[in-house]
Design a protein around this ligand. Structure first.
Ligand SMILES: [Fe+2]
Ligand SMILES: [Fe+2]
Length: 295
């Protein structure tokens, strides 16, 4: 116990008169400490929180209001100065307690769905095509960059061409005429027709071209640029006007889907026909076939 009392910082260390009982010395030290605290509190109350000169500064001009009061803030960045500009408002925000909000409901398909639901229409169908073909052009760009084999590039280029041919057909046969009937800007539709014609020229060149030949990749790239330009115009000018018009876009979608299906059926039939022709290549036909079969 005696060792504890002689610990560093204990009242016993401050006991000058060692003959004085420890309890008395302790009580004296405590009383001194208490009175020192009281004096410090009184001094703090009397002292002004801000100097008179500092308070006078804002009154001098409106710009002075934003000036930071401490030397540290003076050297701060503009962003920091902005945060220091309105300390009163900030203080009030932190001290006011907001009304507690009820817990949020778990997100489901029903409560996160847009308030106004609409049926998928012709514009959505065309938009899906645009996105799909855009992704294919990006794939081709990657193939061209890594100098992929000719057959890979040709297959992808042909897929792009087939898709664009079907897309332009449904637009020219169904969508654009319906837009004209609804009184859409004729110049806009004429421009779209011309842009389709340019794209078709390039498509024909790509289909007839050799992937290892000159300008094949360049032609696919330029076709992609044509299409991007055309698609941007459709989305920014034509489609918003169509949506505001009297066009039956939902009905048109059904019509366009049916036409697309017939185009792809024709294409697969043609492909299977050409495969049959290819299988007969090198095999004797006609009179030669009858001669070989006899042999
Ligand atoms: Fe188009
Ligand atoms: Fe289009």
């Amino acid at each position: 116990m005696a060792d504890d009392k002689t610990k560093r910082g204990s009242p016993d260390n401050k006991r000058l008169n060692k003959s004085e009982p420890y309890e008395v010395a302790y009580a004296k030290a405590k009383a001194e400490k208490k009175s020192a605290k009281k004096t410090a509190k009184k001094a703090a109350k009397k002292a002004p929180t801000r100097s008179a000169s500092a308070r006078a500064k804002p009154a001098a001009g409106s710009r002075a209001r934003k000036a930071p009061s401490t030397s540290r803030a003076k050297s701060a960045s503009p962003a920091m100065k902005r945060t220091n500009a309105a300390p009163a408002a900030k203080k009030s925000r932190t001290t006011t307690r907001a009304t507690p909000k009820p817990p949020k409901a778990e997100k489901t398909a029903e409560n996160t769905a847009p308030k106004t639901m609409r049926e998928a229409d012709a514009v959505d169908l065309l938009t899906d095509d645009h996105l799909e073909v855009g992704a294919l052009f990006k794939q081709y760009e990657k193939l061209a960059k890594k100098e992929a084999p000719a057959d890979q590039r040709r297959t992808l280029a042909q897929t792009i061409c087939d898709m664009l041919k079907a897309h332009t057909t449904i637009e020219e046969e169904i969508f654009y005429p319906a837009a004209r009937r609804a009184g859409l800007d004729a110049d806009l539709l004429d421009e779209a027709d011309i842009e389709h014609a340019s794209a078709k020229d390039l498509i024909a060149q790509i289909e007839a071209g050799n992937p290892d030949g000159d300008h094949y990749d360049a032609k696919v790239k330029v076709l992609g640029e044509y299409i991007t330009h055309h698609v941007v115009e459709e989305h920014t000018e034509m489609f918003p006007k169509c949506r505001r018009s009297t066009m039956d876009l939902v009905g048109l979608r059904g019509e366009m889907e049916a036409r697309k299906l017939s185009i792809s059926t024709d294409r697969s039939e043609q492909a299977s026909g050409s495969e049959a022709v290819n299988d007969n290549r090198g095999k004797p036909t006609g009179i030669l076939a009858s001669l070989f079969s006899k042999a």
